[in-house]
Design a protein around this ligand. Structure first.
Ligand code: SAM
Length: 281
């Protein structure tokens, strides 16, 4: 495959990384000056970027609560998991189903290092350093196979991840390959950056900063990821409107980034992030 950009390696620590930029926007501390500068450039161009990241993480929480609860899934494959942070999938899933199995997958070496350090004490959670552009390698991965039984329903999470797969890398074919490997009754949860002048401006910043640039997509292309699946209510929608729940825990606010608030103190809606969950019939 002709990769738009190779997976990061330990030699790339001087460059900003998607995982660390996201960590900083979320108020985390596992990031460097280059990451913070890239994030600040994004915020200067699109001021609700930190709000979008929070809205995305809150969707992840509600999605996992739904999948572990109402949907009764006990196996989670979180691809493009990011650095361990607030409301991690295993914490949310274990709150509902304490023995649920969770495998985190990310191509970033630092994510893998932090993940392994954090998870070394549990037998229900593991990390695999893999690149989504090679889905066959994820499906065959030993750590994945140890915890995920592909004869029973699996929830695959692709949260704020697919926009990092360029059209030339066949994102729909990749998702199709994952879906094909799943048994009936499995789910795919997706959130994705919508194509818009603001998100294209961020792609330009990412390109200039020499980090992995995203490919925002129009709603029709995002919906196409769910082909062959039954969309769970309310369907594909702006992330903050996917089953909003006042019981979603408040994420800590980042100390030095603006969170855009409504006059009543609630966080503003972000309209450039779509989310949905599909079930394989
Ligand atoms: C924006 S973060 C999202 C983190 C988490 N899923 C969330 O929504 O809170 C995107 C993550 O995807 C990872 N990523 C990007 N391209 C990837 C690829 N081709 N394979 C695996 N991981 C990838 C990045 O390293 C980063 O950690």
């Amino acid at each position: 495959m002709n990769l738009r950009r190779p997976a990061p390696t330990a030699d790339d620590l001087a460059l900003p990384s998607t995982a660390r930029i996201y960590d900083y926007l979320l108020g985390g501390h596992e990031n460097y000056k280059v990451d913070r500068q890239a994030a600040k450039d994004m915020v200067a161009t699109v001021p609700d970027s930190p709000t979008a990241v929070r809205s995305n993480r809150a969707f992840l929480y509600r999605a996992v609560r739904f999948l572990a609860g109402e949907a009764g899934v006990t196996q989670f494959l979180d691809i493009g998991s990011g650095l361990p942070t607030q409301l991690n999938v295993h914490q949310v899933a274990h709150g509902v189903s304490p023995r649920a199995h969770v495998v985190y997958v990310d191509y970033d070496p630092l994510v893998n290092a932090f993940g392994n350090a954090l998870m070394s004490t549990t037998d229900t959670v593991s990390f695999a350093r893999r690149d989504l552009r090679y889905p066959g390698e994820i499906l065959a991965d030993q750590q994945v196979r140890e915890l995920i039984d592909f004869d029973r329903p699996v929830a695959v999470l692709l949260i704020a991840m697919l926009q990092f797969i360029d059209e030339s890398e066949d994102p729909h074919g990749i998702v199709g390959q994952l879906i094909e490997a799943l048994p009936s009754g499995s789910y795919i949860a997706i959130s994705h950056v919508l194509d818009d002048p603001r998100t294209r401006a961020i792609a330009d910043i990412q390109e200039r900063a020499n980090t992995h640039p995203w490919t925002p997509r129009p709603a029709g292309r995002i919906r196409h990821f769910f082909d062959g699946l039954e969309l769970v209510e309310p369907g594909l929608t702006v992330a903050c409107r996917w089953r909003p729940d006042p019981d979603t825990p408040m994420l800590e606010r980042p100390a030095d980034l603006p969170i855009l608030l409504n006059p009543d103190g609630t966080e503003q809606d972000v309209d450039w992030l779509l989310a949905g969950i599909g079930r394989k019939p």
